[in-house]
Design a protein. Structure first.
Length: 537
C-alpha cells in the first residue's frame, strides 16, 4: 500500500485553481473559533488543530452526477451553538443549495486496535459516523468538530468553477468551491455488494424484526441511501418466500393485508427491483430453502431444482442482474457441493449466475471452471494466482474481489476505522488498474455477529481466532474496528441508520473507478501515469 502521511495532501488534481480566502473569525472581536478546510482523505480528530498550511476553503473537484465532499473543521474556544447553512454555488450555472448536504461528523471511541494497526491517535475517539444536520448543533469548546459538506453535482451542470459559502453563524463562515469537469461519473460500473442484516438492525433499534415502522424505514430511508452510494445490499429485505415442505416450491405471493406478523414479500421484491440496484442476490443458500431439514450439500436434487425454477421465475425480469452465492469460501471438501448447486441453478430458465468466493488457482479451476459465472477471490489471493486470473479473463467471466478482517490487514486495503481514510477509496483505483469489476463485502451492519452489540458501544468485531501464531506462544483474536459495519443505527425505526465516512469513501472509489475507465480510453498515457503510483498489496 502507499505510504500515507499523517495529514495527507488535498486531492492533487484539480481542473481549475481554487480561489484564496481568509479564514473566518468573529467580526470585530478576538477569534472565538477557527474554521479551515480539510480533505475527505484526512481524519479530523477532537484534538486536531489548524495546520499552518490549512486550506482556507472547502475545495472540491468533481464530475457531473458525482457526489464529492470535504470537511469544514471548526475549533471553538468555548461551547457555541450554530445553525450551519449553505448558499447556492454559482458559476457557469447554479448548483442549488438543495444539492448540498451537511453532516456533523461524530466520533466513536475505539477500545481495541484492529489487527495489524499501530497505536491509536489521541484519546481513541475516531471520526466516522455522519449525522445529518437538520437544525442547530452545539460545538464543544476546546475541541474540533468536522462538518462534512457533500455536493451532488447535477448531471446537466456546465463545467467550470462554482463558488458558495458555508455560514456557521457565531463561529464564522468558510467558502466552498467546486470545480466541475466535463465528464460524468457512475456509481454502478464498479459493482459493490455489501450484505444487509435486517436482524441486527432490529436488535439495534429494540423493535421486532418485522415491525411495520422498520420495514417502512428500510425501504424509504436506508435503501435509497444505499442506492445513492452505489451499494447493493444483497437480497431484497423482508421478502423471504414461503416454502412448501414437501416439494420446496417457493411462494412469493403476498399474505392477506391484515395477517399478523407477516410482510408483503412480493410487493417488497417489486419495490426493491424498481430501485434499480445493479445486482440482486437470490437466496439459494446452504440453509435455504430448508423446509423439512437443511441440505447443506445440495443433495436434494429434485427439490433444489424446484426451488431454482421458482427463484428464476420470480426474478426473470432482472435475470442479468441476479446472482447466487450457494457455498461461501468453498474448499476441496466442498467443491462438489458447489458443482451440484450450480447445476441445479443452471437447470432453471433463465438461469441465475453463480458467484464463488475462491481464488482461481489450478485445483479450483479444474474442479469448478464450468460451475462458476463470477470469480471473487480475496484481494490478497488475487495477486497470488496471475495465471488463473488470466484464464478467467480469457473465458469472458467477470472478476470481483472481497476483503474481511484478517491477519493481512496491515498490508492490504480495508474499510477499518483506524486505517487511513483513503484506503476504501483506493480499492476503486486498484480495481480499475487490475481489471476487477466488483467488490463483495459480507457485512453492512453485522454488529457483533452471534453476540450482538451496538457499534456505538464498541465498533470492534472479532473476525476469527488465529492458531498459526508464532508470537506470544498461543492463539490470538483477529478483528477490526468497523469490520462488517459501514452504517450506524439510530433510535428511529422510520430513519433507522446513518452513514459513515467509510461508506462515503466506498462511493468515492466507485465513482473514481468510472472516471479512470473513461480516462483510460481518452488518454492512455495519463491513465498509466496515474495508476502506476498505486502500490500492489
Amino acid at each position: 500500500m502507499p505510504r500515507y502521511r499523517r495529514r495527507p495532501r488535498r486531492r492533487h488534481i484539480t481542473w481549475l485553481a481554487a480561489a484564496l480566502a481568509a479564514a473566518a473569525v468573529l467580526p470585530g472581536s478576538a477569534a472565538a473559533a477557527e474554521v479551515w478546510g480539510a480533505s475527505v482523505n484526512e481524519k479530523v480528530f477532537p484534538h486536531s488543530v489548524r495546520p499552518v498550511d490549512a486550506a482556507p476553503e472547502v475545495a472540491l473537484a468533481a464530475a457531473r452526477d458525482e457526489y464529492e465532499g470535504g470537511f469544514a473543521a471548526v475549533r471553538a474556544d468555548a461551547t457555541v451553538t450554530v445553525q450551519p447553512t449553505i448558499s447556492d454555488l454559482t458559476g457557469p450555472g447554479v448548483i442549488p443549495a438543495s444539492s448540498v448536504e451537511l453532516f456533523r461528523v461524530g466520533y466513536v471511541r475505539l477500545k481495541s486496535r484492529s489487527t495489524g494497526v499501530d497505536g491509536h491517535e489521541g484519546d481513541g475517539r475516531y471520526p466516522d459516523p455522519l449525522h445529518p444536520i437538520t437544525g442547530p448543533i452545539t460545538l464543544p469548546g476546546g475541541e474540533t468538530t468536522p462538518i462534512y459538506v457533500l455536493v451532488h453535482v447535477p448531471g446537466a451542470a456546465a463545467p467550470g468553477a462554482y463558488r458558495g459559502t458555508l455560514d456557521l453563524g457565531p463561529a464564522g463562515s468558510i467558502p466552498v468551491s467546486v470545480d466541475v469537469a466535463p465528464v460524468t461519473a457512475s456509481r454502478d460500473q464498479y459493482q459493490m455488494v455489501v450484505r444487509f442484516n435486517q436482524v441486527a438492525l432490529s436488535k439495534a433499534l429494540g423493535v421486532e424484526e418485522r415491525d411495520p415502522r422498520l420495514v417502512r424505514g428500510v425501504y424509504e430511508s436506508l435503501l435509497p441511501m444505499l442506492r445513492a452510494h452505489g451499494v447493493n445490499p444483497g437480497k431484497a429485505p423482508y421478502s423471504t418466500p414461503k416454502v412448501d415442505e414437501r416439494t420446496w416450491e417457493v411462494d412469493y405471493s403476498n399474505p392477506p393485508p391484515h395477517a399478523t406478523g407477516t410482510v408483503q414479500r412480493d410487493s417488497n421484491v417489486a419495490r426493491f427491483l424498481a430501485m434499480g440496484f445493479p445486482r440482486v442476490e437470490v437466496p439459494f443458500l446452504a440453509n435455504f430453502p430448508q423446509a423439512g431439514g437443511e441440505d447443506r450439500q445440495y443433495r436434494a436434487e429434485s427439490r433444489r431444482r424446484t426451488a431454482a425454477r421458482g427463484f428464476a421465475a420470480r426474478f426473470a425480469g432482472v435475470a442479468g442482474r441476479t446472482f447466487a452465492l450457494p457455498v461461501d469460501e468453498p474448499n476441496r471438501r466442498t467443491y462438489d457441493d458447489l458443482v451440484r448447486a450450480s447445476g441445479q441453478l443452471r437447470s432453471a430458465n433463465p438461469r441465475i449466475p453463480v458467484v464463488v468466493t475462491e481464488a482461481p488457482h489450478p485445483e479450483a479451476l479444474a474442479r469448478l471452471r464450468d460451475a462458476v459465472d463470477i470469480w471473487v477471490p480475496a484481494i490478497w489471493d488475487f495477486f497470488k494466482v496471475p495465471e488463473g486470473v488470466r484464464q478467467v479473463r480469457a473465458s469472458g467471466r467477470p472478476l470481483w474481489w472481497y476483503t474481511y478482517g484478517s491477519d493481512t490487514q496491515r498490508y492490504t486495503p480495508n474499510v477499518l476505522i483506524d486505517k487511513p481514510s483513503a484506503e476504501p477509496r483506493m480499492l476503486g483505483w486498484l480495481a480499475a488498474r487490475e481489471g476487477v469489476d466488483g467488490f463483495l463485502y459480507w457485512g453492512l451492519n453485522n454488529w457483533g455477529g452471534q453476540r450482538f452489540h451496538s457499534p456505538w458501544d464498541d465498533p470492534w468485531f472479532k473476525s476469527h481466532t488465529s492458531f498459526r501464531n508464532t508470537c506470544g506462544g498461543g492463539p490470538r483474536v483477529v478483528g477490526g474496528n468497523g469490520e462488517a459495519s459501514l452504517i450506524y443505527p439510530t433510535t428511529d425505526p422510520l430513519n433507522p441508520a446513518i452513514g459513515s465516512q467509510r461508506l462515503e469513501a466506498r462511493r468515492d472509489g466507485a465513482e473514481d473507478f468510472s472516471l479512470l475507465k473513461q480516462l483510460e480510453g481518452a488518454n492512455g498515457a495519463l491513465y498509466r501515469k496515474l495508476t502506476a503510483g498505486i502500490a500492489t498489496p
